[in-house]
Ligand binder design. Structure first.
Ligand code: ZN
Length: 160
């Protein structure tokens, strides 16, 4: 069986940035289960996994265009501090979800001035080239229910 659309793929992975720093890994925890071909993973990683078999290992470097895109200046905004419910509790690095007119997204506070809060709505990995090591642990067909939910049930996925 190969990795192809609507198969459930169970992987172990480690993600590093250009400096070799580990950003994320399944090592030490549960492997990741995902449904191939429906956008569960970033496009560059799905493309690299297409056609792979159980036991295959791969190293892949993914440019921002096939990962989380470039950082865009339009996603960085200054918002008056008095628009926050608890303005004195704000700290640089805090993250929260807000809808500033383009749908909900996660913002990180990158600066605090007297009257203004600087918010960065870019994905934290935008602009980064991502380096993955991946091992394919298992492949099976997704059930109709998994496909309709858009996620894996059981091992490596949701329990509900
Ligand atoms: Zn479900």
């Amino acid at each position: 069986m190969q990795v192809t659309k609507h198969n459930v793929v169970l992987i172990n992975y480690t993600l590093k940035n250009d400096s070799g720093e580990v950003l994320d890994t399944s090592s030490g925890g549960d492997p990741l289960g995902y449904i191939h071909g429906i956008g569960n993973l970033i496009p560059g990683l799905e493309n690299a996994l297409e056609g792979k078999k159980k036991g295959d290992q791969l190293q892949v470097s993914i440019a921002p265009a096939d990962a989380y895109g470039q950082k865009e200046a339009a996603n960085i905004k200054a918002v008056p501090r008095n628009q926050f419910p608890d303005p004195n509790s704000l700290e640089v690095g805090m993250q929260f979800e807000a809808d500033l007119g383009e749908g909900p997204r996660v913002f990180t506070i990158t600066g605090l001035e007297d009257g203004e809060v600087m918010l960065d709505g870019n994905h934290p990995l935008a602009g980064e080239t991502l380096h993955f090591s991946v091992e394919v642990l298992d492949i099976r067909k997704a059930t109709a229910e998994e496909i309709s939910h858009g996620h894996v049930h059981g091992h490596g996925g949701h329990h509900h």
